[in-house]
Design a protein. Sequence first.
Lengths: 285, 266
Amino acid sequence: MVAEEKNNQASGINSNGVIVLKNLTKKFGEKLVLDDISLSIEKGKTTVIIGPSGCGKTVLLKHLIVLLRPTSGDVYLDQQRIDNLNEDELNQVRTRYGFLFQGGALFDSISVFENIIFPITQHYKITDWGEIDALVKNKLSMVGLDGFQNFYPAKLSGGEKKRVALARAIALNPELILYDEPTTGLDPIRSDVINELILKLQKELGITSVVVTHDMTSAYKIADRIIMLHKGKILADGDADYIRNHPHPVVQQFIHGQIDDEDLLILQSGETTSPSQFVSQNSKK
Amino acid sequence: MTVTNAINGLDNLGQFARFVFRSIAASVESCRKSATYPLIWAQMNIIGVHSVPIVMVTGAFVGMILAIQAYDQLAAFGAEEHLGVLINISVVKELGPVLAAVMLAGRIGGALTAELGTMKVTEQIDAIKSMGTDPVKYLVAPRVLACLLLTPFLIIFADLLGIIGGYFVSVIHLGINSRAYWTFSASGVELWDVAIGVIKGFFFGAAIAAISCYKGFTCKEGAHGVGQACTEAFVASFISILALDFALAVFFKAIYNTFWPIKALI
């Protein structure tokens, strides 16, 4: 099975990937987070990275835009190596990306309008504010939040923050969008709104998307390809059907959201204590 | 363990030096780009204008306390009319600049570290990078420039109120002759003394901003991480202010001693 995944990855790297990772390893101190990962992200497709919490999904995503630099290995964007560029050169490269952060990462001291125009003001000299107003209106309409221009992030719900952050991520019309857990913390309906937005951006604008999630409903809906990370390595790589029928027990356990036998045993062997029992066993302050 | 600590300390120092170098480069570039001026004005308002009242109160108390404490010593040998020299030279040369800077390290340094630290833990700094903007240029340069340019002005406010506070207690409360107070003050305090205090402000301001921004940028996760970064920023700023004050005192004394013999010619 491991050999099969390696073949699968190798074929991916040989393809014309827009982003290619070669033998990427990342350590934080002594902790190995990503272990010799090689993969290629295909242009115009939605690649979903799944895996249990703490397996290195977000770290991998941040390497795709070089927000983190690898301990060893290379990152290529359109055949150009980008992990060794200096910050000024990287800033030019990063204008091709949009990044949706897990918590939105909206600037809380400025309004929704100012958040969305932030990347534009950083790279263009604005002369026609009417055009900018129309652009912000258009981006907010795409995420269903037109009219929220003068709101501050603190006044928005979690789902609204994520949608505003998505509007900001697409402000510069990026070719690639990286989504870090876009549906986490949202109710199923809001999650589906985000899923539809990702699909819409891919279909209408041909945007290449990489989505990190552990929401399998979302993964099956939006993915052209699903990659499962486990302990810093790629455990499975293929389309939704391939992942659904993957024989590896860890993959099956993850996609069905099942507790593993060891944890179950620990839970069942531990005694539960009611609050009244607890109080009777411990003196109150 | 000691070796590891020493290596970590050196590593930290090296990273801070690189951060300072990047901040200086970004600040110089910001000065040449008019597009960044609104960011600098905004920080000047927060850092400078809003600090004026607290710095003035600090200065006033410094002057008043000096008058109360020094009066008895001078009066013991009938030299109370020289009180003005002692108060004013202490205020403009040392206590005004240092205590104003310490107050700013608490007020501004803490706020800068907390603001940037919170931005770091909520991934706002990563968001700035992801949009192709250098966070050092966008966040650090305006703050460094605002601190660097306005701390000397805040020190002038502290000096002014220190002088007024000292005068108020000496003349109104302790009954020293006003004319004698000012005459002795004028003869004892030179423009050089005032200038030294104000020049120190540039160094103190730059140190407070650089340390506070660095601590914010390198802050650890969570509320505890932000709190710890604020504490470390204040302690490091405070020590730096005292160390810089000592180094500058030595430096200016050497300059003064060099040029004093030819002062009349200048």
